[in-house]
Design a protein around this ligand. Sequence first.
Ligand SMILES: NC(=O)c1ccc[n+]([C@@H]2O[C@H](COP(=O)([O-])OP(=O)(O)OC[C@H]3O[C@@H](n4cnc5c(N)ncnc54)[C@H](OP(=O)(O)O)[C@@H]3O)[C@@H](O)[C@H]2O)c1
Length: 327
Amino acid sequence: MKALQIVKYGELKQSLAFNEVSKPTAQVNEVLIAVKAAAINPIDKSIILGNLQALLPIPLPSTSAYDVSGVVVEKGSNVSNFEIGDLVYSRVPQEQMGTLADFVAVTSEAVSKKPGNISFEEAAGLPLAALTALQSLEYANIKANDKVLIHAGSGGVGSFAIQYAKAKGAYVYTTTSTSNVDWVKKLGADRVIDYKTEDYKNIVKNADIVFDTLGKHYSAESFEVVKKGGIVVSVVGALDEESAKMFGIPDYKLPEEIANASKEKNATYKFIFMHPNGAHLNDIKSLIEDDKIKPIVDKIYPFPDAIQAFEHLATGRAKGKIVIKIS
Ligand SMILES: NC(=O)c1ccc[n+]([C@@H]2O[C@H](COP(=O)([O-])OP(=O)(O)OC[C@H]3O[C@@H](n4cnc5c(N)ncnc54)[C@H](OP(=O)(O)O)[C@@H]3O)[C@@H](O)[C@H]2O)c1
């Protein structure tokens, strides 16, 4: 079967190649998915560039990407929750990475039936970004009337997070650049902050939750707008001590500027690394089918143009998800 593989670490064009590889089979706890569509995420790019070799080591060559939608064509003897012919979607576990291929074998616990009211391409764009938003906002215990700031509302994670927070009844602030303001408003955000002309720190006060999808100086700075006792959940900033332990980093200390900023506000800083979860994907399926959330796809590329899709991702300007149609 055909697969887009990472053959070495480095620049996208030099490191990715289409290879013929053998078709996987479903092990006892797995389903084999005939891939209809896959989506790419910033983590895929970071892996290719070699930036995550210490945290997420992979053998080379390895097929790229984690997000998939498709049809179950084979199932292992222990799999009782799926049948051949089911239409499904998944963020596959780390050791099963490789959705840019004709087939992928996936632990059934990481799989869910796909929402029935959207296309395979739309469904493929959801898992990683949607699970990230859901798991981060649920960690922060989001509830009705919370004031939530979501950095980068036009990104794959942000565009889902806005809609999820609105579905929970929160008041949502989000940031984006001028040309994206109008469509981000349509996602339901109550106050869209144009970061080219406005400073979110002058607008957001006493937020219950800040969802940091930008990292860098934004992580510490976000404590300026969070309420006393609030929480900054980051998916890009520094690890916290607990997550550092999870990644096997001993004697880790939270960077001083974050530790001081969080202490001053008696607020929590938490780094979230999303995890595959079929049950959460099933919750997301319901939200999509109930029309509470719409999938946001920036562009669909045909499989032979997948390297161009990565170049699009690398601009950092995607509006929602970048999807690759496989079959
Ligand atoms: N820890 C985890 O488990 C986890 C999971 C998923 C993602 N992540 C990380 O989360 C980050 C976001 O992921 P993503 O998939 O949403 O990325 P993405 O879709 O590539 O994000 C692109 C968006 O970011 C916006 N943006 C860039 N700079 C901005 C700024 N200064 N202020 C506001 N918006 C800005 C851009 O909007 P404009 O063009 O308008 O600037 C663009 O729409 C990535 O760094 C990714 O690696 C982590």
